[in-house]
Structures are given as C-alpha cells and as structure tokens.
Design a protein around this ligand. Structure first.
Ligand code: ADP
Length: 651
C-alpha cells in the first residue's frame, strides 16, 4: 500500500478521498488555488501545495503544476477524483513518466473510451449492445441528415468528444435537423475543440442506468451493481439511486456481464462506470438497454453503491492501484437495502437554476441513522463562481426504497443553507413526488414537472417576510439596549408588547423583502404584513443588517428599509450610502462623527475584481458606519449614514 497521496482535486471529492486515505494511514497532500487557500479540503489534509490562480485552467487543470507539487511533496500516488484531469490520458501518462502511481486506469484505456464514437465501435466488437445510429467518420451535413432520416426520428446528435450534456441536441422532425446539427457542432467546437458528432436513435421513455465496475491488474473484473440516474436536468444528474427500481436480477446479471465485457475490451484497471440507456416504456427488459459511454474514473454518485454494498470504493481504488487483487469475487458482492443521493447545489430553481454564489452564512445538516453527508464546505466558506457550485451530496439509505426516499426528503427539509440560494426544497419535493416514488419516471421527468416541483418564480412569501421582520425587531432592540447608557431615558424599542410612537402603541415598519418594499405592522407585540402573520415553521438567521429566513427550503432576505430615514422623514434620505453590488469592503476612509463634504470618498468596495469608491452624497457628519473592513456586503446593503448638517445625531 502507498504511504502518501496527492489529491489533484478540490471540494467534497477531495475531502472524501482524504478521509479514506487517512484511515488507510496515508499522508495526505492537498493542492489548492488562490480561491481555495482556506478551503475545507486544505484544512483536512496533512499538507497542502499552492498551484496558482483561481481559474481552473491556471491551477487544477495544469498538469505540470500538479506533477511538480507531487514531486515536491514526495507523493507516492496521485488520486484525480472526478472532473478536472480525472479522464485526461496525458495526465495519467505524466504521472507514470514521473514515477508516481496514478490512481485510475492506464492511459490506453482512457483513450480507448474517451471519444464516444471510438468507444461505441469497440463495444460493438466486444458484443456489448450499443444504441442504433451512426458513429462513423463522415461528417458532411447532407450525409448526416440522410443518416438521421434512415435511423428514424426522434434522434439525438452527440458530440463525439462530449461530456456534461454539451454539444447534444434532440431532434424530433427532419425539418429541424440541419439547424440542430450546426448548433451541436458549434457548441462541441467551443466546448471540446472538436466539432465531430454522432447520431443515435433517441430512446423514448429513457432510463439512465449505469454499472459500477472494478478491474485489477491481474485480469479480474467484476461489477458492483447498478445505479439509476434517470432524474436529470439538461442531461445532468440530480438524484441517483441504487438499485434501479424495476430492474430484475436477470437483467442485472445481463447488464453486469455486458459492463464487465466492456471493461475487459479496453484493458481496464481500477474503478469505472459503464453508462447504459434503457428503454423504460412498458417496464425494463433484459434486451432493452444499450451502451452510451464509459466514465474512466470514480463517479460523483459512488456513495449509493457504497451504501448498498458496504464497501469503500476509494479504498478499493488505492488497493488496486498499488497492485493488489480484487478483494471479492462477483458472487461475494453484497446488495442490501436501497440508497438515494441528492446533489445539493447553490442555485436558484426559481430562476432557471442559476448558480447562486456568496458566503455560506449558515450551513447545517441533520444527522441520523442511514444518512451520509459528503460536503466540501462549511458555514463561513464562500461559494465562488470559479468552480462547480455543489454544496454537498446528501445520501440516505434504508431497507426499502420508500423508506430511503422518505429519509432523504426529511433530511433535505432539515438542511439549512443560508446565504446563497439552494435547491434543497426542489430536491425534497422530487423525493416526495408520487410518480417518482411509484417508479414511474424517465429522464424527462423533471422537465415535465417543473411547475409541480415549484421550479418557477413563486412570488414573495409574506409569512417568511413577517418572520424576518419579527427577528429584525428583536435584533434592533438588542442592539439599542446594548448601546444605551444605564441612565438614558427609555426608548420605544424597549417596550416588549409594542412601540410607543406618537402616543400610539403601534408602528409601521418599512422593510425590504427580496427587493420588494413592504410595510410590517407592529402592534401589541405582533407583526403582520398585509395581514399575514409570521411563519412559525421558518428558520431566521441575522447576518449584517439583514435577516435571512429559510422556509420550505426557500430563502427570503429581509432588511429594514432604513428605519432612521423613514422616522426622520424625507429630508435626510440622501444621507444613506449603500453598496452598489455584492462585494467586499476593502477600506473605510472616514471615522464615526467625522464631518464630510459632498463627494468625499468614504469607503472602497471590491466587486467582480473591480474597486468601487463610495462617496458622500451630502454634506454632513458620519452618523453610522454599518460595515467593517474586510466584511462582505450584499447588494443594496447599508454601508454608512451621513447625517445632514443640522440633523439630530441621535434617533
Ligand atoms: P454526456 O457525456 O454529455 O453526459 P451522455 O452520452 O452520457 O452525454 O448522455 C447524457 C444523457 O443524455 C443520458 O444520461 C441520457 O439521459 C440522455 N441520452 C443519451 N443518449 C440518449 C439516447 N440515445 N436516447 C435518449 N436519451 C439519451
């Protein structure tokens, strides 16, 4: 066994690999870009080597830097994780040339399986069923159009160098083929520098079912059962499970044998996945599945296989890379219970699943029997725009599929992500969706059910906004109480039951909830917004000047629409200085109480790598500095208050 490993990756997979490596007694070496210098994977490993600027093309993807880091740290082996260089044959070769073991297959196997057209040809030869279609060299559009017609619509155009669903187009009518072809080729050229495509019959009611395989360097190969990854969006996996619902033991044996044949055909060693597309119309059938592609690395969704087999796939990877034999025969591979994984992302399902970056103000997961959380971040960490915005994988297992889905939905509902928006609510609705629970689904399920899954704008949650207003009041009260001298006159904020302003025990509190201007009515200790009371099933977390309310997996950001201004009337409205966009406070150039003149520089904020100087909007004195140096500020957040000359400084 190796004594040390350099993990050429980041995020959850780097952390996950480090855990097993440590358990096996390996010295762990992390690599990190400038954006990751404080990342969890760096904190978790024994050592860490800096490999350059934040963009992956200048750090995690630079072969020379990784090899140099491995040499400098005297690593015995390199584990590439998934993504980045994990399927790069040149990287595997560079490791070998440097005398460092590559925890993965030989470069020749990667090359054989790297391009979809060549892989399909090899599989055909090995007797593995492949999707009917054209995967030859001729790329003339007229010729391809004729092929598509012969195959019969619908067809799928795929980039031969494809991955991540890029360069892929479904075409339903011959009239649309030419446009789709040029679109797919353009996209393939841009993404992979290779515009060649293949054409496949589009399988209707398709199920994505893949086989985990393992091969050793002594000629043995087995499979570790299948995973069903049919719940996808834009051809990207969202939820994965094992075993596949409705797949018989006979079909498992047939598919497993095909997968093992595929692995042997390319001289495979290590962990790999053979992806099949199965026809789900009228139920899965042993003769109704076809090879799609092979992933020559560890998969994101490997934990569901670990859950049903009780095996540690990363341990197997290390053992096989160090020359050991497979520890089990095919007959000895267990299959117990059911496991489901959900990919928790920093993204906004209501806005087309747009990535949502920023600081994780709060991040918490439930713990319990049958639950596993694989994460690469902790509360306080930043989700940056540089890398995949996955926050964690939440994996639930139980004796039955129904119980595992219920457990996963519960866990997602108890998951707290505050700061960036997340897809937690969307994922839990998926797990609870009746058709999915009944096993009645295919790869189009999510797209067909976006509305039921509430993946469209939902409008303001007034109950959540009211809960936020209530929390803001509590915060403001506590803040003022802390500030006041012991012998100061009583403030209206002190009143526990209401606020005494202008002789009436009620207050109209102007608030900003997700950008909407609202008025919270405060009376008799109660808060309402348009008659709606605060939700009692929400979690409210105060950060800076805002309160983030999480309810049903959905976040509502609530802040005071500058109380001081509204109380004082319009006259001083010009004294408020807000952050123009989300960014970091680089410096504060004035002090509290300092006299300033209109146009004077007050603070510098860095956003999108550019500096923005905030200036005084009016002549006056600095009445409040609401942020500290180095703090992150949200768009529109209060930075300072300038009291106009003649204003009373106290509220
Ligand atoms: P990529 O390498 O870009 O991820 P794949 O070949 O793995 O592309 O296909 C991605 C997804 O596209 C599959 O999981 C499946 O949902 C869908 N898909 C691929 N081929 C077909 C097909 N012939 N018919 C129907 N759906 C398909």
């Amino acid at each position: 066994m190796f004594k040390s490993v350099l993990i050429a990756n980041r995020g959850e997979i780097a952390c996950r690999i480090a855990r097993t490596a440590k358990r096996l007694g390996l010295r762990t070496i992390a690599v990190y870009s400038q954006a990751d210098s404080h990342a969890l994977h760096v904190r978790l490993c024994d050592e860490a080597v800096a490999i350059g600027p934040a963009p992956a093309a200048q750090s995690y993807l630079v072969i020379d830097k990784l090899i140099a880091a491995a040499k400098a740290s005297h690593a015995d082996c390199i584990h590439p994780g998934y993504g980045f260089l994990s399927e790069n044959a040149a990287f595997a070769q560079a490791c070998i040339d440097a005398g460092i073991a590559f925890v993965g297959p030989p470069p020749s196997a990667m090359r054989a399986m790297g391009l979809k057209d060549r892989a399909k040809a090899l599989m055909e030869k090995a007797g593995v069923p492949v999707v009917p279609g054209y995967h030859g060299d001729l790329q003339d559009p007229k010729f391809l159009s004729r092929k598509a017609y012969e195959i019969g619509y619908p067809v799928l155009i795929k980039a031969v160098a494809g991955g991540g669903g890029k360069g892929m187009r479904r075409v339903d009518r011959h009239a649309d083929f030419d446009a789709a072809l040029s679109g797919a080729m353009r996209e393939a050229k841009a993404a992979f520098g290779d515009e060649r495509v293949l054409i496949e019959k589009y399988v209707t009611a398709p199920r994505h079912i893949e086989m985990q395989i393992f091969a050793d360097s002594h000629g043995n190969a087995i499979h570790l059962n299948e995973r069903d990854c049919s719940l996808q969006r834009r051809h990207q996996k969202v939820i994965e499970e094992a075993p596949a619902p409705g797949l018989s033991a006979e079909m498992r044996a047939t598919m497993g044998a095909a997968a093992v044949a595929a692995a042997k055909a390319c001289g495979y060693v290590g962990a790999g996945t053979i992806e099949f597309i199965a026809d789900g119309a009228g139920g899965l059938k042993s003769d109704g599945f076809w090879f799609m592609e092979m992933n020559t690395r560890l998969q994101v969704e490997h934990p569901v296989t670990e859950a049903i087999t009780g095996l540690d796939l990363v341990e197997w990877q290390f053992r096989i890379a160090s020359g050991e034999k497979l520890p089990l025969t095919q007959e000895q591979v267990p299959l117990t219970g059911h496991a489901v994984e959900a990919r928790l992302y920093a993204e906004d399902p209501e806005r087309g699943f747009l990535p949502s970056t920023g600081k994780l103000i709060a991040l918490a997961f439930p713990q319990g029997e049958g639950l596993r959380i694989d994460s690469g971040v902790e509360a306080g960490d930043e989700v940056t725009p540089f890398y995949d915005p996955m926050i964690a994988k939440v994996i639930a297992s139980a004796p039955t599929r129904g119980a595992a889905l219920g457990r996963l939905a519960d866990a997602l509902e108890k998951t707290i992500v505050i700061g960036p928006r997340s897809n937690a609510g969307f994922l839990s609705r998926l797990c609870r969706s009746q058709a999915f629970r009944d096993g009645d689904f295919d790869t189009g399920f999510i797209d067909r059910n976006l509305s039921d899954l509430k993946a469209e704008p939902q409008g303001l949650d007034r109950a959540a906004a009211a809960a936020g207003a209530l929390e803001l009041l509590a915060q403001e009260r506590a803040r003022l109480a802390a500030l006041r001298e012991p012998d100061a006159p009583p403030s209206p904020w002190d009143s526990e039951d209401a606020f005494q302003l202008a002789g009436e025990r009620r207050l109209a509190l102007p608030i900003l909830a997700d950008g909407a201007n609202l008025v919270a009515q405060v009376a008799g200790g109660a808060v309402t917004i348009d008659g709606t009371a605060p939700a009692n099933d929400a979690v409210a977390v105060a950060a800076g000047t805002a309160v983030y309310v999480l309810r049903h997996g959905r976040q509502t950001k609530v802040s005071l629409r500058d109380l001081a201004l509204d109380e004082a009337g319009d006259g001083s409205a010009g004294g408020l200085v807000r952050a123009p966009m989300h960014g970091k406070v680089l410096s504060i150039l004035v002090e509290n109480g300092e006299a300033v003149t209109r146009g004077q520089r007050l603070a510098i904020i860095e956003a999108m790598k550019m500096e923005h100087t905030l200036v005084a909007p009016i002549d006056g004195t600095v009445a409040e500095i609401a942020v500290a140096k180095d703090a992150q500020v949200g768009e529109g957040a209060k930075v300072m208050m300038i009291a106009a000359v003649g204003d009373k400084p106290d509220k």
